[in-house]
Ligand binder design. Structure first.
Ligand code: SF4
Length: 282
């Protein structure tokens, strides 16, 4: 039976993107190919918040105890090696059982599954079929993979996604592609990979979601959109304000919304910030 290293597994409201407001189970896998230390930092500087917390990682036994950060990646414990002991390897059986416990009716109804990270398309593609074929997962109709758009789908997983969709009428697969602009601190040539992202659209709906804070980020998003469109990407474009804590987030939400309107793009909120203060498990 396949196992997945699970950083978090919780039930909440999807706060971002196309499924904003939809009750959702979040399966957060461990591991990421990026560190995104640029978020919330002056240009050219990198956040050391996660590394500073990591120096006293032994203080923390569970996610809920971990400090929130206002710079860098707000889900740092889902990839930082010093927190890997907080993410157990769970069998698909254990994950499916736990999902039944956290769903309000003990079964799938109108809820949606979000497979997120870290980067959920790194190595775990081989484990998802076992989980999604589990008898307790048969009522599930909608899945979103929240990816940074850098990982190719394996041939086996592509075949499986086709099969999963066909098995039950109305099933939907969505790729929420949060491609990383330079504001993240990651390199353009490693983060903006149109050929990979365009391929996702063959297996489900895809949309791009850019985190922006300044006019320069919006210009970067425009350049990235041009590159994705040239390679045939047809999905919607969302922009979303930077910031994992409310004090940062409220500074730029309105200007981001206005910038989206001007370009005919979609605005994404981060409902988990005003609703739940972006706490772990929300
Ligand atoms: S890609 Fe996402 S999970 Fe990975 S470091 Fe960046 S923000 Fe964090």
């Amino acid at each position: 039976m396949s196992k997945i290293k699970v950083a978090e597994l919780f039930y909440s409201i999807q706060g971002e993107g196309r499924y904003m407001g939809v009750p959702s189970v979040f399966l957060r896998t461990f591991g990421c190919n990026f560190t995104c230390k640029g978020f919330g930092m002056p240009k050219g500087e990198l956040s050391d918040e996660a590394d500073t917390i990591a120096q006293v990682a032994f203080h923390y036994d569970k996610y809920e105890q971990l400090p929130l950060v206002s710079t860098g990646c707000d889900s740092y414990a889902s990839w930082h090696p010093d927190f890997k002991n907080l993410s157990p390897m769970l069998t698909s059986d254990a994950i499916a059982e736990r999902i039944m416990e956290i769903l309000p009716h003990g079964e799938w109804r109108d809820e949606h599954l979000v497979i997120t990270g870290g980067e959920p398309l790194l190595g775990w593609q081989r484990a998802y079929p076992d989980l999604l074929d589990h008898p307790k997962m048969q009522g599930l109709k909608e899945i979103t993979f929240e990816t940074n758009g850098t990982q190719r789908l394996t041939d086996d997983f592509k075949k499986y996604l086709f099969k999963w969709k066909k098995q039950v009428k109305g099933r939907q697969i969505t790729f929420s592609i949060s491609a990383k602009l330079p504001v993240s601190g990651e390199k353009w040539e490693e983060a903006i990979l149109p050929k990979i992202v365009t391929e996702y659209e063959w297996f489900g709906r895809g949309y791009l979601k850019f985190v922006v804070a300044t006019e320069k980020d919006i210009q970067d998003a425009e350049q990235a959109v041009d590159e994705y469109r040239k390679d045939g990407f047809t999905g919607h474009i969302y922009i979303m304000p930077v910031g994992g804590v409310e004090s940062v987030y409220t500074l730029n939400a309105k200007s981001v919304a206005l910038a989206a309107m001007k370009r005919g793009w979609r605005y994404s909120d981060r409902l988990q910030v005003p609703l739940f203060k972006n706490e772990w498990g929300t």
